[in-house]
Ligand binder design. Structure first.
Ligand code: GDP
Ligand code: IMO
Ligand code: MG
Length: 423
């Protein structure tokens, strides 16, 4: 396999970081393609946890070349902080970490606006990560954005910042935010540009050279398909294309070069932020999943909402991305549940459907139809062979596979790199 893509198939935090870390040992280029520092990808190696927001999760593999593609919105200060943290841990990124010159830059303005817009949304808050992601993509689409290459040229930077400055101030003021607090000077950006320069590259050309040389390329998705701007639970979504299309357009790898699409599914469901969640367990069962699964946001620390596995949403995500293989994570968290429920369909009024509704309002009203499977009591976190798993757990995996319409290729049984079972 030359090009492999890996995506989250729920509302994010499925354990993508861990899976990318494992798979990147054998892949030469690891590419982030969309999203920004709203992502929090956790990797645990030899007991040490590292959370990555912008830098690809392959960075802990010493041979991986890590690329931040043009579809990502890059917060330069966050990126440089992350580099410093990695270097502090003894991870050398010299000559193997690159940022696209075409990537858009997240400005302090975008973060202030993200906050101001959330404050202004009476009642219907999205619960964003406040990392400026929506406003940055908004300015990219309206052709007012600043790109990484603009930070490297003083005249162009002045022109582009100057042209938008008034509009930006007015926008903040219209939402009652004092634009005086905006730390947005040409000097600041030139300084960030100088620090970023050693990493900046034409990553499209770089990846095409790699393709021509037959080197392996791994596209790392951020967020999850149900947070996709088009296919997700709009408006309770993020602002990027989190489906397979976003990995193609955000990297510059041609669609026909893709050999394999892997989809990561948590063995239950979580969601951070607002929006419909049919299988949510706002009770002690959900709290039990949160406690055992340590379900607190890797970016914001917010408690994640927890619920049973929703096969309607998961099947939809498998279908729209053409997932070849499912990687199932956090099944160890279900150990000890007497019974485990899977949502197989939704009841809408007196009708039963397996279709995923376009309208979040409709989704918030569906009644999940559950199938109940017997649980298992064994601690599986040290199990490494599929045959050694409890029979009830194997039956659970078989059922997920059947309902989602794709085979389960690997099962993760703990946060550590070694806690993986091939199937
Ligand atoms: P990502 O955004 O998809 O990379 O996922 P996050 O890192 O935000 O959240 C996943 C969390 O679950 C992290 O704390 C991981 O260390 C942890 N994790 C990943 N796989 C497993 C697993 O199989 N079992 C357990 N118990 N934890 C896991
Ligand atoms: P990873 O890559 C989980 C959610 C936010 C909010 C919505 C919009 O770690 O899986 P945004 O800041 O993007 O405008 O927020 O999207 N969200 C995530 N939830 N995991 C993520 O990333 C997320 N990135 C954004 O909580 O509901
Ligand atoms: Mg995460």
């Amino acid at each position: 396999m030359t090009v492999t893509a890996l995506l989250g198939l729920q509302w994010g935090d499925e354990g993508k970081g861990k899976m990318v870390d494992i798979l990147s040992a054998e892949n030469e280029f690891i590419v982030r393609c969309q999203g920004g520092s709203n992502a929090g990808h956790t990797v645990k190696v030899q007991g040490e946890t590292t959370v990555l927001h912008l830098i690809p999760s392959g960075v802990l593999s010493p041979k991986a070349v890590c690329v931040i593609g043009h579809g990502v919105v890059l917060d330069p200060a966050q990126f440089l902080d992350e580099v410093a943290t990695l270097e502090g841990k003894g991870v050398d990124v010299t000559g193997r970490l690159f940022v696209s010159d075409r990537a858009h830059v997240v400005l302090p303005f975008h973060k202030l606006l993200d906050q101001a817009q959330e404050d202004a949304r009476q009642g219907g808050k999205i619960g964003t990560t406040k990392r400026g992601i929506g406003p940055c993509y908004e300015e990219k689409a309206s052709r007012q954005g600043l790109r990484v290459l603009d930070l490297l040229d003083e005249d162009r930077l002045k022109a582009r910042l100057g042209a938008a400055a008034d509009l930006r101030k007015k926008r903040l003021e219209s939402l009652g935010t004092d634009a005086q607090g905006l730390d947005d000077t040409v000097e600041l950006y030139l300084e960030l540009g100088r620090k970023l320069k050693p990493y900046v590259a034409d990553t499209v050309a770089m990846l095409h050279d790699a393709l021509n040389e037959g080197r392996k390329i791994f596209l790392e998705g951020a967020q999850g398909v149900l947070l996709d701007i088009d296919l997700g639970t709009y408006p309770y979504v993020t602002s990027s294309t989190t489906n397979i299309g976003g990995l193609i357009s955000g990297s510059g790898i041609p669609a026909r070069a893709l050999d394999q699409t892997l989809g990561v599914l948590k063995a239950y469901t979580t969601r951070v932020g607002s929006g419909p969640f049919p299988t949510e367990l706002a009770c002690e069962v959900g709290q039990g999943l949160r406690d055992r699964g340590a379900e607190y946001g890797a970016t914001t620390g917010r408690p994640r909402r927890c619920g049973w596995f929703d096969a309607v949403g998961a099947r939809f995500a498998v279908q729209v991305n053409g997932v070849d293989k499912i990687l199932l994570t956090k099944s160890d968290v279900l150990s000890g549940c007497e019974e485990i429920a899977i949502c197989t369909a939704y009841k809408v009024g007196d009708k039963v459907t397996k279709r995923y509704p376009a309208d979040s309002e409709d989704l918030s009203k569906v009644e999940p139809i559950y199938e109940t499977l017997p649980g298992w009591t064994e601690d599986i976190s040290d199990t490494r062979n599929y045959v050694d798993l409890p029979a009830n757990m194997k039956a659970y995996v078989d059922r997920i596979e059947e309902l989602c319409g794709a085979p389960v290729g690997a099962i993760s049984v703990g946060p550590g790199r070694e806690a993986i079972i091939e199937r």
